[in-house]
Design a protein around this ligand. Structure first.
Ligand code: ADE
Length: 222
């Protein structure tokens, strides 16, 4: 069964180009994955379709209210859904999590915006994820980062060999790649890659993966 991703956002238009370009577009066209956008403002019971209000206790900015988000999630979740909140105070997202989530049937991403969201919204979620230690204006870009990294791992979206060779597969960075010409402005392709000896090429690539990881990201080797 194809993976289904529902995205709850106040700005569904931000996803238009993302969903209509390159590998993601092809995965959707080929029904390998289904992405459904929901503007949770549509679920607001307020006569002005309000979705946020001032924080109890005072302070700057507006806080997303429970009602529209709870009603929207209630309308789409099933016992097999995994509800994920995008927030800078979530667990930091890594490739291993992308592999895990690519095996799920149904993901629901909640994108916050403005100052924050009512704390009780966390009770709806199975998982809270951050894409890194910086603060964005909303969860839309993080939702695209998650969707992109997950969709490319879904069976048949790209040839499996390409993701077996990814950076971070086996906790190592990728090896260097070259294409034509053999000599560009004096920078030459390593001889071993032109040798046709596949055992030697594999050994060279493994060594480069290890050396590069040791030099750039020694933390990954621990
Ligand atoms: N929302 C705002 N900043 C974020 C981040 N770094 N990760 C996930 N969601 C966010």
């Amino acid at each position: 069964m194809a993976l289904r991703i529902d995205i709850l956002t106040l700005f569904p238009e931000m996803f238009h180009d993302f969903l209509n370009t390159s590998i993601i577009k092809r995965a959707l066209d080929e029904k390998k994955v289904e992405v459904i956008l929901h503007n949770f403002r549509d679920y607001s019971l307020d006569k002005n379709k309000k979705v946020d209000d001032t924080p109890y206790g005072g302070g700057p900015g507006m806080v997303l209210m429970c009602q529209p988000i709870f009603d929207c999630v209630d309308a789409i979740r099933t016992p097999r859904s995994k509800v994920i909140l995008l927030t800078p105070d979530g667990e930091v997202y890594q490739q291993q999590k992308a592999y895990e989530l690519s095996r799920e049937e149904h993901l629901i991403f909640l994108c916050g915006h403005y100052e924050g969201f009512d704390e009780r919204i966390r009770s709806l979620c199975d998982l809270e994820l951050s894409i890194g230690d910086y603060v964005l204006t909303g969860g839309e870009l993080p939702a695209m980062v998650l969707a992109d990294s997950i969709i490319r791992l879904v069976d048949g979206v790209i040839v499996e060999e390409s993701h077996i060779q990814d950076s971070f597969h086996d906790h190592l960075l990728d090896y260097p790649n070259y294409t034509k010409p053999q000599d560009f402005r004096g920078m030459k392709v390593p001889d071993v890659l032109l040798s046709g000896n596949h055992q030697k090429i594999d050994a060279y690539r493994k060594e480069m993966m290890y050396n590069r990881t040791k030099e750039r990201r020694p933390d990954l080797l621990k």
